[in-house]
Design a protein around this ligand. Structure first.
Ligand code: SF4
Ligand code: SF4
Length: 62
């Protein structure tokens, strides 16, 4: 599954659209993106990591 570091996320909103499993959601109020989908559905494709210019997203083992 992926983890997003809230302090590092700049709220660019690039990653949510990149996720084929639609696990990521941009929060308009907080201007941050969060993992909101079923983490078990993460394919580990790393598409979200590839588009994140701030390096806020990392893969963590569960
Ligand atoms: S690794 Fe792939 S499936 Fe998992 S959250 Fe990122 S874009 Fe979505
Ligand atoms: S791509 Fe990175 S910086 Fe941009 S919203 Fe997603 S986690 Fe935050």
């Amino acid at each position: 599954m992926v983890s997003i570091d809230e302090d590092t996320c700049t709220g660019c909103d690039l990653c949510a659209d990149s996720c084929p499993a639609e696990l990521l959601t941009f929060d308009e109020e907080k201007q941050k993106t969060y993992v909101t989908g079923d983490e078990a559905e993460c394919m580990g494709c790393e598409a979200c990591i590839a588009v994140c210019e701030s390096g806020a997203i990392s893969i963590i083992e569960i």
